[in-house]
Design a protein around this ligand. Structure first.
Ligand code: NAP
Ligand code: ZN
Ligand code: ZN
Length: 346
């Protein structure tokens, strides 16, 4: 099946229109007409080979929302016309301990990622959502609540679940103090979600222009981190810090802002490693944990939570021809707070 989309052909060439093949739907597959796809910073890291494992051509995109337009004969969960989403992975081994626990994101042999993996045939690459259509096994398709604006719901498929999952894992709730580092796509969802769990939320940002937005998004406090001693008054303050920063930064001064036994959740995936000092961890028995998106059951739970509480992403809609400009603006932090591509225009 021929599909139109946008692809990167090398690390330093702009994305450009590209027509490619998708498999025809098998018995358990649904074919989705993509309406919207968010631009995650991971798409940028990946398209530009910043993590050093990209194969080209590469069609990014894993915040996908669209309508089911065809179902295979064995599909039971979806019907033509359903509003659905696809996130960061499209299959997994389904038999390992993580898959059995509904944590397909941590599939031991590795989940099949929406882009940059290999299809089941072992040779064709998977291509993401910067495209008109995608074919996905129904088990890996999510239902989008009817109460949400479909375009603004698209970023929930990555930015939403990536922040929801570790906050839930740590039991974030009323009475807890949460700091969100980096007010971008992930960060602004982290603020909305932590606030919806009843936590007191502080934004730690290096952009003075975001102070007013932080409050509007649900934060109780905003601290500009670019000053030399900006974090000193926050020593020992937070139960949890959600670190969404996409580039190299100073972890150590932020760790000091945790209470005893506090946890810094690292979800930002800086391609450049950063130094870790022993003392901020040792004094205070503090922890750093990583977290990778979330499993399918929890992704549906997150979508339903957002449906119930009216939570979506703040988005800027763009046409496919604006993708390269959007990449550059996202890197400069000049987006409020997620670009979403109108995929009907490819
Ligand atoms: P984004 O929208 O570009 O936001 C990143 C934010 O980080 C910026 O808004 C900025 O916030 C801050 N920042 C950027 N450069 C900085 C620098 N040099 N120093 C200090 N702060 C800086 O990106 P995103 O889509 O939210 O993604 C964030 C990161 O998470 C990326 O690395 C992405 O690959 C990763 N990610 C991980 C997962 C996972 O499963 N773990 C899933 C999705 C994405 P301020 O202006 O407020 O400081
Ligand atoms: Zn993502
Ligand atoms: Zn598995």
């Amino acid at each position: 099946m021929k599909v139109r989309g946008y692809a990167a052909r090398s690390a330093d060439s702009p994305l450009a229109p590209w027509e490619f093949d998708r498999r025809s739907p098998g018995p358990k597959d649904v074919r989705i007409q993509i309406d919207h796809c968010g631009i995650c910073h991971s798409d940028i890291h990946f398209a530009r080979n910043e993590w050093q494992f990209t194969t080209y051509p590469c069609v990014p995109g894993h915040e996908i929302v669209g309508r089911v337009v065809e179902v295979g004969g064995g599909v039971t969960r979806y019907r033509e016309g359903d509003l659905v989403g696809v996130g960061c992975f499209v299959d997994s081994c389904r038999t390992c301990a993580s898959c059995k626990d509904g944590l397909q994101n941590y599939c031991e042999p590795g989940a099949r990622m929406t882009y940059g993996s290999l299809e089941a045939d072992g040779t064709s690459p998977t291509y993401g959502g910067y495209a008109t259509q995608i074919v996905v096994d129904e088990e890996f398709v999510l239902r989008i609540p009817a109460s949400l604006d479909p375009a603004a719901a698209a970023p929930l498929l990555c930015a939403g679940i990536t922040t929801y999952s570790p906050l839930r894992h740590l039991g974030v709730s009323e009475g807890m103090r949460v700091a969100v580092m980096g007010l971008g796509g992930l960060g602004h969802m982290g603020v909305k979600l932590a606030a919806s769990f009843g936590a007191e939320v502080t934004v730690l940002s290096h952009s003075p222009s975001k102070a007013a937005d932080a409050q509007r998004l649900g934060a109780h406090d905003f601290v500009l981190t670019s000053g030399t001693h900006a974090l000193v008054p926050l020593a020992g303050r937070f139960d949890v810090i959600l670190d969404t920063v996409s580039a190299q930064h100073d972890l150590n001064s932020h760790l000091n802002c945790l209470k005893r036994d506090g946890t810094l959740i690292l979800v930002g995936a800086s391609p450049v490693p950063f130094p870790l000092a022993a003392f901020p961890l040792i004094f205070g028995r503090r922890r750093i944990m990583g977290s990778l998106v979330g499993g399918l059951p929890q992704t549906q739970e997150m979508l339903d939570h957002c449906g119930k509480h009216g939570i979506t992403s703040d988005i800027e809609r763009i046409r496919p021809t604006q993708i390269n400009e959007a990449f550059d603006r996202a890197v400069r932090g000049a987006v409020k707070y997620r670009f979403v591509i109108d995929c009907t225009k490819f």
